[in-house]
Ligand binder design. Structure first.
Ligand code: DGL
Length: 267
């Protein structure tokens, strides 16, 4: 089983931020990535729909023989992870628990801001997970639905993006946050702009790096780490192929994505 690939899925290509973080920490792992580009975004869809999509995503990866599944998508983790855990025996790792643990590694963290899609914020999954682990936290969730399209347009340094970010961040800055949880696949790409706009003492925690660190600990614990010497491979499967997604995949991976396969999902 150790030589089987890891399965990682997201609503689109944004989850490649998680792939990059995993490749950095676990360079010998083969990765099979599924991006549900035909049905994105997940962030604005109902919990029932997300649960159905996430189920089909996991089934696809399991049918390819993966040894573990990473739900790179925050929205899918927020709505579907408990159900996926009940339904499947393969280890399934989401992004929320690792992010929450990383936030609370700082014993002084007390005022937490969370930015994410509408779906993730409305699920209250981060807010509940944080509040369960530490009492007395001040938690403010801010839906930031315009950020995904801005990143996908590669408008990262654009003045419009700065203005939108200021609008989302100002209520959090007014509340005196000490930590900002970047609870969406796309937001690691915004870190340079975020650092510029936030007070210097606000700590940024992103779900991609923290998920990769958690995954390494879990694979070690389950004795599932690949033992090969060579560098791991990456195979991309998307439910819709278009030039735009190829360009985006390159932007997120910072290198050529290689051949992209078309995935057909079924119930
Ligand atoms: N991948 C989604 C997330 O992390 C963002 C994009 C979408 O809404 O599908 O929540």
């Amino acid at each position: 089983m150790n030589s089987a690939p890891l399965g990682i899925f997201d609503s689109g290509v944004g989850g490649l931020t998680v792939v990059r973080a995993v490749q950095e920490l676990l360079p010998s792992e083969d990765i099979l990535y599924l991006g549900d580009t035909a049905r994105l975004p997940y962030g604005s869809k109902s919990p029932e729909t997300i649960r159905q999509f996430a189920d089909e995503d996991v089934r696809f990866l399991i049918s390819k023989g993966v040894k573990a599944v990473v739900v790179a998508c925050n929205t899918a983790t927020a709505h579907a992870l408990p159900q996926l855990h009940q339904q499947y025996r393969v280890p399934i790792i989401g992004v929320i628990q690792p992010g929450v643990e990383a936030v609370l590694e700082d014993a002084g963290a007390a005022r937490i801001g969370i930015i994410a899609t509408r779906g993730t914020i409305r699920s209250h999954a981060y807010q509940h997970a944080l509040a369960q682990k530490r009492t007395g936290l001040l938690i403010h969730g801010q839906a930031a639905p315009l950020l995904v399209p801005l990143v996908e347009e590669n408008w990262i340094g654009h003045p419009a993006t700065r203005e939108v970010l200021k609008t989302y961040l100002n209520p959090l800055i007014d509340r005196g946050i000490d930590t900002l949880m970047l609870a969406c696949t796309h937001y690691p790409l915004l870190i340079p702009v975020l650092k510029d706009l936030l007070p210097g003492d606000v700590r940024l925690v992103d779900s991609a790096t923290t998920c990769a660190e958690h995954l390494k600990r879990e694979l070690t614990r389950l004795e599932l780490l690949a033992s090969r010497e060579r560098e791991g491979t990456l195979e991309l499967h998307l439910t819709d192929l278009s030039e735009q997604f190829e360009d985006l995949a390159r932007q997120f991976l910072k290198k050529s994505p290689g051949r992209i396969h078309r995935a057909v999902l079924g119930p």
